[in-house]
Write a protein that binds this ligand. Structure first.
Ligand code: ATP
Ligand code: MG
Length: 293
């Protein structure tokens, strides 16, 4: 299993979340002084779940360790496995025990709803529930350290809408963050800030994207990753039509009729009730600037 090393990640200078969520994350930070905390982040593909976990670690100066739970094929694998060295079989400890015994570590459990092996989650149960400790024959008692925060992320798609994958008792121990795509105006800002494209370009890209995402008949989930890909091409001088067709699986014909429909459209939905701000270590100025978009 490939895992990243324990390190404090670099902050994203342009990471947007609601003010309410910023406050909630500060509360999680406080709460973790008392005991380890579990947070489940649910949302559509590419809406910023992994970035949120990374930014939490960056913002609060915490080491981050990410584990692909979706790749677990056998129980016990998170902690270590036997390896053959010459003629000997030796137990090789994985990063997970080190991460959960590191004070204030942020543990990102990716795709917690999709382990390859149904029992692969077993060893996670004890560290996520009140025990916060697990006996591993080869390692002894492994106890979760002070201040550790577990973030489990899962994709909300057609197959998974709920949290049935966790037994009710465990589900009870998770705070829940539900993420969605950013409002169009915020995504437009994000594209401009991250890629340097012009306002009109960013506006057109987000209109096209949101039109596709919100198609009443056939909604097309387009990740922020994809909207950034389009913007990057535009920043390099690509015409918007070209950038979109090379980035999304959409035919030119379909794009043309879509563009046409956007141009004839007179009233855009402008109900941006939520208050989005930049959540970054030096984002104070931006926070003020975008306090009320
Ligand atoms: N709120 C946001 N502010 C700034 N950038 C964002 C935001 N949301 C997403 N992004 C950008 O979009 C890209 C995709 O985000 P991320 O990988 O966090 O999504 P995800 O929900 O974890 O995706 P997946 O479902 O594929 O795991 C990243 O490059 C990230 O920087
Ligand atoms: Mg992710």
């Amino acid at each position: 299993m490939k895992d990243h090393k324990l390190a404090i990640p670099e902050p994203d200078k342009h990471f947007f979340i609601t003010r309410e969520l910023v406050r909630f994350l500060h509360r999680i930070e406080k709460l973790s002084d008392k005991y380890p905390v579990n947070v489940l982040v649910v949302g559509k593909q590419g809406c910023g779940k992994s970035s949120l976990v990374r930014q939490f670690a960056a913002y609060f100066n915490r080491p981050l360790a990410t584990f692909q739970i979706g790749l677990l094929t056998e129980p016990g694998q998170l902690f270590g496995q036997y390896e053959i060295r010459g003629s000997e079989t030796v137990y090789q400890e994985n990063l997970f025990p080190k991460a959960i015994t590191t004070p204030r570590c942020v543990i990102h459990l990716e795709e917690i709803n999709r382990p390859e092996h149904p029992k692969a989650l077993n060893e996670l149960y004890s560290v996520l529930s009140e025990d916060r400790a697990i006996w591993i024959d080869q390692l002894g008692l492994v106890r979760v350290s002070k201040g550790v925060v577990f973030f489990a992320t899962m994709n909300e798609g057609e197959e998974f809408v709920g949290t049935e994958f966790l037994d009710a008792a465990l589900r009870d121990r998770f705070y829940m963050i539900h993420m969605d795509y950013l409002p169009a105006q915020i995504e437009q800002r994000l594209l401009m800030l991250k890629t340097g494209i012009r306002e009109e370009e960013a506006a057109l890209i987000t209109r096209v994207i949101n039109r596709l995402r919100n198609d009443p008949e056939d909604p097309f989930p387009i990740s922020v990753r994809h909207s950034l890909m389009i913007a990057e091409l535009v920043a390099l001088g690509a015409p918007i039509r070209e950038a979109i067709t090379y980035s999304l699986q959409i035919s030119r014909d379909m794009l043309e009729s879509l563009l046409l429909s956007i141009h004839v459209e007179t009233k855009e939905v402008a109900a941006e009730s939520q208050d989005y701000v930049i959540f970054a270590p030096d984002g104070q100025e931006e926070n003020q600037k975008w306090a009320r978009i």
